[in-house]
Design a protein around this ligand. Structure first.
Ligand code: CA
Ligand code: CA
Ligand code: CA
Ligand code: CA
Length: 438
């Protein structure tokens, strides 16, 4: 049965800057008719040179609204068959999925479903915007909260937009269950982005990932150099949009064709649930140099941050960052490394919680983990939640058969135990330290 929700606000369309200009009025006495009111465009969040539409319902980008979509200043595209090819981030939303015992359920606000469709979010508040200057520089912080349309789950959202040189956006999602959902233990929580990285062929993209950094990117396709010679010197395959999970170890992620998971009439919720509940990273299509041009399609990126136990009063917090570039993969990675250190220096990342050697994430490091590592080496079995740290029993910052040997020696021959999280991260106890939690 569907709960009837009446949203009590009037939202004025606005694309203004922050602060007092934020054109939102709320009234407890007004009923919104979802069939006649457009998607609430709330504001424009700005980093040093880029801007992005944010809305009160959790959606970002809002279908490339007004081309305020984390584009690159001074970008260009002479592909007249696709004149909107200056968009980078078409649409983005948090997502949640779980099985209620009878069926798979999922929620997202991708592709402007709000507010009439099930499986999506609605605003709980107006944005609260703060401009902050601290020891590390200037940034804008925006806070709001959203609710699933069946009133089961809440997501408190915080955006951090540095404005003094940095061009990444950091977001934090705090997931919790409301009273009707207490007792729901296995909830997949994550984020979904329809990047439309400009390509010579529309928005057909390739994709890739760096699992050690929980980073998934999409890339434009360079198949035609006539636009470059005609005055737009930017090669499409130097254009990237990337998403990196900064806190915790990623449960899984994917890139996939927008269809058929989302048809013109809405999401296939089973498909979204199935994507979210599969550990590890799946790329589609798998792009090789041989098929680079012909296999490309319009992709989106999904990332499942983790499996949350929301049965009590727990709040699960995850921090992520996005960035775009038109000068190549290394710049994208540099921006997202900078985002990691920005988040760390601002206290956004949780304390060290990895268990090196506990490759199967069951709480202890033992023979079962040695078996899991062998399966990983030979058949790419899942190691997590931290892809490197969780499997790295001997603390040398990589996962291989040496970690199996280390675990066997530890269990059967009274050998050296795996490092603690802090030793793995920072060194000590005979371990060199690996730098940051991977
Ligand atoms: Ca896309
Ligand atoms: Ca080109
Ligand atoms: Ca284990
Ligand atoms: Ca190792």
């Amino acid at each position: 049965m569907r709960n009837l929700i009446i949203i009590s606000s009037i939202i004025l369309m606005s694309n203004l800057s922050f602060g007092a200009d934020s054109a939102i009025l709320s009234s407890p006495a007004n009923m919104r008719d979802g069939s006649s009111i457009g998607f609430p465009i709330i504001d424009t969040l700005e980093t040093t040179t880029k801007a992005l539409v944010i809305t009160l319902s959790g959606n970002i980008g809002n279908s490339g609204q007004d081309s305020v979509a984390f584009n690159i200043n001074g970008d260009c595209d002479a592909n007249l068959d696709f004149p909107n090819a200056d968009l980078y981030l078409y649409d983005m939303s948090p997502m949640i999925a779980f099985n209620d015992g009878a069926e798979n359920r999922a929620y997202t606000d991708l592709f402007t479903q709000w507010p009439e469709e099930e499986g999506t979010f609605q605003p709980r508040c107006d944005f609260t915007t703060t401009t902050v200057t601290d020891d590390f520089g200037n940034y804008t912080m925006v806070v709001c909260s959203i609710l699933t349309t069946d009133s089961l789950f809440d997501i408190a959202i915080t955006y951090y937009a540095p404005t003094d040189g940095a061009d990444f956006l950091i977001g934090q999602y705090d997931y919790s269950a409301l009273a009707p959902a207490k007792g729901v233990s296995d909830v997949f929580v994550g984020i979904i982005i329809d990047w439309d990285i400009p390509a010579d062929l529309g928005v057909n993209n390739s994709s890739g990932y760096d699992q050690t950094k929980n980073l998934i990117w999409q890339r434009g396709a360079e198949t035609d150099d006539t636009d470059e010679t005609a005055g737009c010197p930017i090669k499409e395959d130097n254009r990237y949009g990337g998403l990196r999970q900064l806190s915790g170890g990623s449960f899984g992620g994917w890139t996939a064709e927008n269809f058929p998971m989302h048809s013109g009439s809405g999401f296939d919720w089973d498909s979204l649930y199935n994507h979210m509940s599969r550990p590890g990273i799946e790329m589609s299509p798998v792009v090789t140099s041989a098929n680079h041009d012909s296999e490309l399609v319009d992709l989106h990126t999904g990332m499942t941050f983790g499996l949350a136990d929301l049965s009590g009063e727990e709040v699960y917090s995850f921090v992520w960052a996005i960035a775009t570039t038109n000068i190549g993969e290394e710049d994208l990675k540099d921006q997202l490394d900078a985002a990691y250190y920005w988040a760390d220096s601002h206290g956004l990342l949780p304390p060290c919680d990895c268990r090196p050697g506990d490759a199967n994430a069951d709480g202890t490091a033992n023979v079962a983990d040695a078996v899991r590592i062998i399966k990983y080496v030979f058949s790419d079995a899942y190691i997590g939640p931290y892809h490197v740290c969780s499997g790295d029993a001997n603390g040398d910052c990589s996962v291989n058969i040496g970690d199996t040997v280390h675990l066997i020696n530890f269990v059967f021959k009274n050998g050296t135990p795996p490092p603690t999280c802090d030793q793995w991260l920072n060194g000590g106890g005979g371990f060199d330290g690996c730098g940051f939690l991977q």
